[in-house]
Write a protein that binds this ligand. Sequence first.
Ligand SMILES: CC(=O)N[C@H]1[C@@H](OP(=O)(O)OP(=O)(O)OC[C@H]2O[C@@H](n3ccc(=O)[nH]c3=O)[C@H](O)[C@@H]2O)O[C@H](CO)[C@@H](O)[C@@H]1O[C@H](C)C(=O)N[C@@H](C)C(=O)N[C@H](CCC(=O)O)C(=O)O
Ligand SMILES: Nc1ncnc2c1ncn2[C@@H]1O[C@H](COP(=O)(O)OP(=O)(O)OP(=O)(O)O)[C@@H](O)[C@H]1O
Length: 491
Amino acid sequence: MELKALLSNLLNYTLNKDENPNIETIEMDSRKPQKNSLFVCIEGFTMDGHDFARQAAENGAAAILAEKEVDSAGLPVIMVNDTRRALAILSDVFYEHPTQSMHLIGITGTNGKTTTSHLIEKILSDASIPAGLIGTIDMKIKGKSYKVANTTPESLFLQKAFHQMKEEGVKTAVMEVSSHALDQGRVRGCDFNIAVFTNLTQDHLDYHRNMEEYLYAKSLLFSQMGNVYKNDEVKAAVLNNDDPASSAFKRVTSSQVLTYGIDTASDMMAKDIEITSRGTVFTLIAPNHENVKVTLNLIGKFSVYNALAAASACFLSGVPLKQIVKSLEAVTGVPGRFETVDAGQDFTVIVDYSHTPDSLENVLRTIKEFAKGKVTAIVGCGGDRDKTKRPIMAGIAVQLADEAVFTSDNPRSEDPMSILKDMEEGVDADARYVTIPDRKEAIEYAVSKASKDDILLIAGKGHETYQIIGSDVLTFDDREVAKEAIGGIKK
Ligand SMILES: CC(=O)N[C@H]1[C@@H](OP(=O)(O)OP(=O)(O)OC[C@H]2O[C@@H](n3ccc(=O)[nH]c3=O)[C@H](O)[C@@H]2O)O[C@H](CO)[C@@H](O)[C@@H]1O[C@H](C)C(=O)N[C@@H](C)C(=O)N[C@H](CCC(=O)O)C(=O)O
Ligand SMILES: Nc1ncnc2c1ncn2[C@@H]1O[C@H](COP(=O)(O)OP(=O)(O)OP(=O)(O)O)[C@@H](O)[C@H]1O
């Protein structure tokens, strides 16, 4: 594509020379081969892409997009105000606006994005609507899994992925939309049909300075949805009516709103909820007033919310209610979300991705509802991330579990002991907890102490198969470590 055609949707830019090279790829990493690329310089959080413009030129770039002066080795330079935001527009143009002719569902919220997106994908594919999926665990196209670096990848990766989905005949996609992505404009080129909100509680205050800014970032999904219609379909915001943040989103969206809830009157509701150790039973009341009994294999009130969010999005996507319920009932779990580890032991081990105060509290409260024996929570907090949640999470663990084991969870560049010290600020000295910095030892300790009918919650890492210590990414899987530890005590 000619450079000037590629720039056609940018409102504000200057080009330093009247040249119009053919652009074969767009790249944002100078270390990759550039094949006549437009190299987009991004000022990141650790590096500044502007410092690598010359390297990109030497690797074959044909033009440079920048927001400040660069050494371009004589290549044409396009200057814009914000390269990250410009990249979203250019990627959409380069990949021929893939989402304009797709049915795109975006999910935002602090907790439940991954679970809800998996439920939606399952319901749609059971209804013979193959859906691409982009989220924390992976990207999936026609059942094939691809690695992703971020919950919501950079716009360049996203638009390329949507293009690939279309090439492979997949015209429906469901994706998680993180607050970082919204703040950085990664989804600006995405034309959403449906935007879903799960809930808003404390997280990511290392990035967003306070809850107001976090809420504002989330609201961008709804304010940026744009027109009321897309290809004759009404656009819709699917909002959790029980969460106070929804009122802010109602104010900023110009789309139709469909609400769901348990405690507040809503378009899609769950009533008569029963929570058991194996799942959840409730009556689903749809916007057309149809009532259906649902037996979910997913545990806890929070799972009912995820089911309601998924049911609402799929109802709006034209899937009949009975089909939605059938698919929801067939879901046995999502990797790393309330996943039980069974190695023949007489106690229960649950691995769960709860790494926010709210999710930890929900999971522990749910466990307590059916626990017959002692509940032990193994909990850590990430390094280089929101420090304010450390004492809060530790406090929740000691308050709700019979015993807490504080340990490491991706300490990154921080000293694990100083993270544990921050956690200890949230608990009284006489609280029942132990501190074991090595995560493997912490799991082994809890397993060795477990008796019949006890429950061990290994919180925080869920599906992750690594532990980041310093700059090393070490192989670590809570599920495997727990199995080995159980094997060890059986010998
Ligand atoms: C804080 C944040 O958003 N970081 C993201 C950001 O990294 P960065 O700004 O630090 O990038 P950088 O390393 O400084 O590099 C800047 C630029 O220089 C370029 N570069 C760098 C070196 C070089 O030799 N040549 C070169 O061209 C890089 O390719 C890049 O374009 O841009 C990268 C590329 O898109 C992201 O992968 C990275 O996400 C990191 C992995 C991350 O942890 N992000 C978290 C905070 C995040 O975004 N999380 C949310 C979900 C959170 C949740 O809900 O739990 C997400 O959506 O993933
Ligand atoms: N609707 C919900 N409300 C509160 N907690 C939830 C909800 N759904 C799931 N959880 C809890 O949060 C954890 C993470 O769930 P999930 O991965 O679905 O959320 P997420 O929004 O994708 O998280 P992340 O953004 O960190 O990837 C689960 O393991 C569970 O403990």
